[in-house]
Design a protein around this ligand. Structure first.
Ligand SMILES: Cc1ncc(COP(=O)(O)O)c(C=O)c1O
Length: 435
């Protein structure tokens, strides 16, 4: 399947030319064999080669389970994590170790705890609770930059908290919209994936970081929280990665440190789902979290924490460069095929992230669902339409999240050929339908 990059937007081409191309594309699509393929661009997880980079974790302790301060990691205790694991988390997040905890295997579960604590138990050791107002009109709400991470949305809804979509720009969330929204006292916080955002890949600008750190000062709610999910803090595709300003410093300067909670994990550094998760916040907030952690666990997996420290200490950058060497060609292939097949046609735009796990694709409004269904019918699975929006509802039906890390280069190539063919076919049909 070869198509050269075109310079005339499809909609501006003569009708006859569109019809001829459409008939060619339909012929190619019909020749795909209706579902015999098994391709997938929806899996936002590391590939086998990537997880294999961390197989050295196995057996690394060689019988030495004692942490630097003499703690026997095989035994109960320590809800804040061992010191050296907290140091690792502090390094990844770029925060002081005193403000960092190391926990179990999932940052998502810390986010769950933070929402639960903010809702019902209190994040600051005082009477403030988001659940104080749960009537239909004053139900707590969180701002959700869109397109965004579907699990943030599911988690939020799980607690009966509503979501207010805020458009994403290339610099981060639209801060005019966010600032206006926090004038409502039922708006209790904002979700952020500040570096290589899921799915657009954007990194928040210094100005946006400063504005977000200041939001708690302008918010009408006195229990406003910035949920700073720095899941891709060290996941650069290129040596010169994006640099993210420190929200810790910005919040310290703004006097809002009690209103920022940061998250990270080694899920996409070592073994996904078998790593160590971290959180960073003010001492008051960490104390509140600790209190509730100690109710549901007698301590996290400190043996795994120690293994991670021994494995990553002094070689985190080198380890992440090895990940990048594996996945960079996959991202570049996605970019090459998008440019070659769709460049100049005016029917799609896509992001070119310098890190993270996703590429965000926008197709003509009203076509995302159709394109995903067309791809499915010939054996290519894509992330469901609307997944990047609260309640699965993309109001323009145009965003598709592409996850290139898991498949092989051959699979990605075949999948991208099909995806771009579906986009061209559906777009040409739409243009001709509209006359
Ligand atoms: C933005 C973001 N946060 C959190 C997670 C999950 O992290 P963990 O495995 O630490 O729960 C993901 C996984 O895809 C993610 O993309």
């Amino acid at each position: 399947m070869t198509t050269t990059a075109q310079s005339t937007p499809l909609a501006e081409q003569p009708e006859q030319a569109i019809r001829e191309q459409l008939s060619q594309w339909q012929g190619q699509y019909n020749g795909l064999g209706g579902g015999n393929l098994k391709l997938d661009l929806s899996r936002g997880k590391p590939g086998i080669e990537q997880v294999s980079l961390s197989d050295g974790l196995d057996g690394i302790l060689q019988g030495n389970y004692i942490s630097a301060d003499g703690t026997d990691t095989r035994n109960y205790g320590g809800t804040r994590g061992i010191q050296e694991a907290r140091e690792l988390g502090a390094q990844i997040m770029g925060v002081p170790v005193e403000n960092t905890i190391a926990t179990g295997n999932s940052s998502l579960s810390i986010m769950h705890l933070v929402l639960r604590t903010a809702m019902d138990l209190g994040l600051w050791g005082d009477e403030r609770r988001w659940s104080a107002n749960t009537s239909e009109t004053s139900r707590p709400k969180l701002l959700a930059p869109v397109p965004g991470y579907d699990r943030h949305f599911v988690l939020t809804k799980h607690f009966g908290i509503d979501l207010i979509p805020i458009p994403m720009t290339e610099d981060g969330p639209d801060m005019t919209a966010a600032t206006a929204a926090v004038a409502d006292p039922s708006v209790k916080g904002i979700w952020c994936v500040p570096k290589y955002s899921n799915p657009t890949g954007c990194t928040y600008s210094d100005k946006v970081v400063e504005q977000i750190a200041g939001l708690a000062n302008t918010a009408a709610a006195n229990d406003f929280v910035v949920l700073w999910d720095n899941a891709y803090a060290v996941h650069d595709l290129y040596e010169a990665g994006d640099s993210l300003a420190s929200v810790f410093n910005a919040a310290t300067a703004a006097g809002t440190l009690d209103h920022v909670v940061q998250f990270a994990s080694t899920s996409k550094i070592t073994h996904a789902g078998a790593g160590v998760a971290f959180a960073s916040a003010s001492t008051a907030v960490l104390d509140a979290l600790d209190k509730h952690y100690s109710v549901f666990t007698v301590g996290h997996d400190k043996v795994n924490q120690l293994r991670h420290v021994k494995f990553l200490q002094g070689r985190l950058a080198e380890h992440m460069a090895a990940h990048a060497a594996i996945i960079r060609p996959k991202f570049e292939l996605v970019e090459d095929i998008f440019s070659r097949e769709l460049g100049g046609l005016g029917i799609a735009s896509w992001t070119k992230p310098k890190g993270g796990y996703f590429v965000s694709l926008d197709v003509p409004p009203g076509l995302a669902r159709k394109i995903i269904a067309m791809a499915k019918a010939v054996g290519l699975t894509l992330t469901p339409a609307g997944a990047t929006f609260p309640n699965g509802d993309d109001p323009q039906d145009r965003n598709i999240r592409i996850a290139p890390t898991f498949g092989s280069l051959e699979e990605i190539h075949a999948a991208m050929d099909i995806l771009t063919l579906c986009i061209k076919t559906a777009s040409a049909e739409q243009i001709l339908d509209r006359g």
